[in-house]
Design a protein. Sequence first.
Length: 368
Amino acid sequence: MSGVDRLVTEEYRADTGRTNENIGEQLSRSSSPKNRLLKFFSAILIVFLFGFATLNALQLGALSSGFDLFFSSANAEAAQPPIWYEDFEGEVDSGRHNRSGCGRQVYTSDFAYRGERSHKSEITLDPCPDNPLRYYPTFDGNFKLPVLVTYWFYMDADNWADAARNRFSPLTVKETSGVPDARIFTTHVLSSGIMDCGHCAMSFQSKTVKVPLNRWTLQSAYVENKINSKTGQLETHVTLFVNDQLVVEGVVDNTFEEGFVKHWHMGLYADRKGDGSGLLTMYNDEMTVRSVVNRADAENFIRQELGGPQSCQADSNGDQVVDALDLQSLVNAILSPPSDQGCFDLNGDQNIDEGDIQIMTDVILGGN
């Protein structure tokens, strides 16, 4: 598997002395042989019931009704909320603005990554007595974890030492607001150009991957809830990427207990403390909040947004729903292996087998 497919750079491997484990391998080790066998037969049962329902529906001339009858609950779990999207092309501001007195923001500027418009924030007075500086729109929604937040970012500045100064936060994601128990995390660019995670404990931080200046960069944050295998406690995990490079992994201080992302913003949020750090301008474009199946699905979307090669994940037919249709295709692939196994080899072990059925069954039944 290539470095692009894994979205893990050599720099990351040098920093940590390890490589990311494949999501399927993690699932396989976390499940007992008995559970894997049970899930395998559950998958076969799902396919059998679907085939039976399809046959009856065809005879009755009502395929969709038969499908809904047998799989309405599975689809309800698998069909995540639609993508939230802001391209800043319109003139109407759909978010809540935050402002202070030493700069300005333009909801739609004429410099964009895609299309004709983007969001612009700038510091116009230096030194500035206000702290922190806030120039961003805040958006609201209700997205069930796991989700992937992405946006395109352009910092027009001479260097990060002046641009970031004490702290520069390009992204904030929340489940709730309020101090001191807000369920929130923030992303930061430090004066060296590397990134960290605020309101979270980092388990990995790249010391070599820096956010580029004066060119468009894709910023991504993957958010999921997981049970800590040692403590049994629910935790909210955050993974940050700059383009296709992994830069931060961490656990949020205050767990997103409800399992939703409800508030978010990108834009200019800086601590400069009136120290004469200089003027700067930044742009954001094409912001999305996307429901995903797992981290592999999130990485696949990042590749797609960057225009790189994409791998097929559990949604093998591309209808945005992981359901019995995909499971039936997987079973067919096991019985009659295709020349290209990439669309069905979900755990990356170079085989299409019950391990892949286990992963897809987990997704359909809501166990991912």
